[in-house]
Design a protein around this ligand. Structure first.
Ligand code: THU
Length: 133
């Protein structure tokens, strides 16, 4: 079965963005993570009154996918309503690197694609398990 097109991933990221719990920042983000087998796992940001417990959309998608047994990934699309690219924060880059490796990261807003990277461009000198051996 062929995997989703980038257009379908973008649609999924924009759709799940509408479920964001962004009552403090007002900044809603959606993410669609593509697995190597062609499935799509989505996530949105979930905020909390303590602020610091906020979960980013990328991390929600990643932990959902891992807990469902997925372990190989190819792309992530991140959607936000912003003219400039909304790219994953530092902690999300660290986690995506650990569990997804050098995936493609596609950034979109509500109208268009704003940027596209490999994760290694966004996170070029990682700390990872290789240092612990
Ligand atoms: N946020 C994400 O979900 N992903 C990003 O890539 C950037 C920021 C969320 C966290 C917080 O709920 C809101 O956007 C404002 O920072």
């Amino acid at each position: 079965m062929p995997g989703p097109s980038v257009g379908q991933l973008i649609e999924a990221a924009r759709a799940v963005r509408l479920r964001a719990r962004a009552q403090y920042s007002g900044f809603r983000v959606g993410a669609a993570l593509e697995t190597a087998s062609g499935e799509v796992v989505t996530g949105c940001n979930i905020e909390n009154a303590s602020y610091g417990l906020t979960l980013c959309a990328e991390r929600v998608a990643l932990v959902k996918a891992l807990s469902e047994g997925q372990d190989r990934f190819t792309r992530i699309v991140v959607a936000a309503d912003a003219d400039t690219p909304t790219s994953p924060c530092g902690p999300c880059r660290q986690l995506l690197w650990e569990y997804c490796g050098d995936i493609e990261v596609v950034l979109v807003n509500l109208e268009r694609e704003t940027a596209r990277y490999r994760l290694s461009e966004l996170f070029p000198v990682p700390f990872d398990g290789r240092q612990l051996k």
